[in-house]
Design a protein around this ligand. Structure first.
Ligand SMILES: NC(=O)c1ccc[n+]([C@@H]2O[C@H](COP(=O)([O-])OP(=O)(O)OC[C@H]3O[C@@H](n4cnc5c(N)ncnc54)[C@H](O)[C@@H]3O)[C@@H](O)[C@H]2O)c1
Length: 351
C-alpha cells in the first residue's frame, strides 16, 4: 500500500454467489478500491463489469495474480482452490483475505501461515461469524461469567441448498460452527466424533452430525446440512447459572438469555435447600424457571465488519481476529471430524 494514497488496491478471485458481496464491500469505503476481478464464468463476470465499469475483468485467476497494481487479493473461489491462489498471492507479497475454510488440509493451512509470516503480510480467513454482533455478544456473556461455567454448546445449521459439489457440508457449513465454538471457548477440542449422510452427490456428505469434547468437560454438538426444508441458524449455550440461544434468523432478538437452570442439591449462599430428587414434585422443584432477557444487539452487516477489519490489519497493523493460526485450528478440527466419518464414527483425537 503506498503511504501517499493509503488506499488498498484489491483484486477479487471468484464472483459466484459470495464474491459479489466482497466486491461491493471493498468498493464501499474510502480505504479500498477493487481494481480487478477474476471470474471464469463469462456471464457472472459480465454482470460485475456492467455494475462496476471501472473494474478490470479477467477470465482466469492467474491473470489477476500476475497484475502489478494490487496490494491485496480476496479469494472467493471454491474451497479446493484456496491454497493454490493464496500461496501465489502471498509469494508475491500481497495481503490475502481467503474465504473459509482456509484450506483443505492442515498441512496446506500451515504452509500459508508460514508464508504470510515470512513475507510480513496479512492473512485473514473469512470466518464471518466472528464479525457478527450477536456472536460477539455471546462471547462477552461467556467471558463475564453471566452464564456461569459453560457446559454444553449445541448448534443447528440447516437449509435447503446451496448444494455444493466440491466439498461436503462439513467443510462448507460446519466450518462456521467450529470457528464460533473456538472463538467463544478460546480452546481446541480434545476429541471429535462425526457421522455423515450422502444422498445427493456420490461421496459428498449432505448431512453432518458431530460432537466435540473441549477441555473442562464442555461438550459441543453440531448438525449441519443443506438438505432440510427450513433455514435454521441456532446455537444454544448451556451454563451452570444461565442458558442462552443465539438465533441468526431472528433479526429483532438474535440473543435470548434464559435465567433457567437446575438448582444444586447443595444450596449456594442465600438459596433454599433442595431435597434429593426422589419424586416428580421433587424433580419439578429442582428446576429454576426465571425470566428471559433479550439484550439489544446493534446489527450491521458482518461481512462489512470483516472487510473493515482486513483493512485495519493492513493499514493499522491490527492483529487478525481470524488469522492463519485460527484458520488452521478450524481445519484441524474439520480433519478430525472427517477422520471419524471415515472410521465409522469412531472417536478421534484432534491433533
Ligand atoms: N463466509 C460465508 O458466509 C460464505 C458464504 C458463501 C460462500 N463462502 C465461501 O466462498 C467461496 C465461494 O463460494 P460461492 O458460494 O461464491 O461459490 P460459487 O461456486 O458460487 O463461486 C465461485 C466462483 O469462482 C469461480 N472460479 C473458480 N475457479 C476460478 C478461476 N481459476 N479463475 C477465476 N474464477 C474462478 C467460479 O467460476 C465461480 O463463479 C467458498 O470457499 C465458500 O466456502 C463463504
Amino acid at each position: 500500500v503506498t503511504a501517499a494514497s493509503s488506499v488498498v488496491r484489491v483484486g477479487v478471485i471468484g464472483a459466484g454467489h459470495w464474491g459479489p458481496n466482497l466486491i461491493r464491500n471493498f468498493l464501499a469505503g474510502p480505504r479500498s478500491r477493487v481494481v480487478a476481478v477474476a471470474e471464469r464464468d463469462e456471464r457472472r463476470l459480465a454482470q460485475v463489469l456492467v455494475r462496476y465499469p471501472a473494474v478490470a475483468g479477467h477470465m482466469e485467476a492467474d491473470e489477476l495474480l500476475a497484475r502489478d497494481d494490487l496490494d491485496a487479493v480476496v479469494i472467493a473461489a471454491p474451497t479446493a482452490t484456496h491454497h493454490r491462489f493464496a500461496k501465489a498471492a502471498l509469494e508475491r507479497g500481497l495481503h490475502v483475505l481467503v474465504e473459509k475454510p482456509l484450506a483443505r488440509s492442515s498441512t496446506e493451512a500451515e504452509e500459508l501461515g508460514r508464508l504470510a509470516a515470512e513475507k510480513g503480510v496479512v492473512l485473514l480467513v473469512g470466518h464471518v461469524f466472528l464479525f457478527n454482533e450477536g456472536i460477539r455478544a455471546v462471547k462477552r456473556c461467556i467471558a463475564s461469567g453471566v452464564l456461569g461455567r459453560v457446559q454444553v454448546l449445541q448448534s443447528v445449521r440447516t437449509n435447503l441448498g446451496p448444494i455444493r459439489t466440491d466439498v461436503s457440508a462439513l467443510w462448507d457449513l460446519a466450518a462456521h460452527d467450529v470457528s464460533i465454538f473456538q472463538y467463544w471457548l478460546g480452546s481446541l477440542p480434545l476429541r471429535a466424533t462425526g457421522k455423515g449422510g450422502v444422498y445427493v452427490n456420490p461421496g459428498i456428505e449432505d448431512v453432518i452430525f458431530a460432537t466435540l469434547e473441549y477441555p473442562g468437560g464442555v461438550l459441543a454438538n453440531l448438525h449441519a446440512t443443506w438438505l432440510s426444508p427450513h433455514k435454521l441458524r441456532q446455537i444454544t449455550v448451556v451454563g451452570d447459572r444461565k442458558m442462552l440461544v443465539f438465533d441468526d434468523m431472528d433479526l429483532a432478538h438474535p440473543l435470548r438469555i434464559y435465567d433457567k437452570g437446575v438448582l444444586a442439591s447443595t444450596p449456594a449462599d442465600g438459596e433454599d435447600p433442595v431435597d434429593i430428587v426422589d419424586s416428580f414434585a421433587g424433580f419439578r422443584s429442582s428446576i429454576r424457571e426465571g425470566s428471559v432477557a433479550t439484550p439489544p444487539i446493534v446489527t450491521g452487516e458482518p461481512l462489512r465488519a470483516e472487510c473493515d477489519h482486513f483493512l485495519d490489519c493492513i493499514l493499522d497493523g491490527t492483529r487478525p481476529l481470524s488469522g492463519a493460526a485460527e484458520g488452521t485450528t478450524v481445519v484441524r478440527v474439520l480433519e478430525a471430524i472427517e477422520r471419524s466419518l471415515r472410521a465409522g464414527a469412531a472417536e478421534q483425537e484432534v491433533r
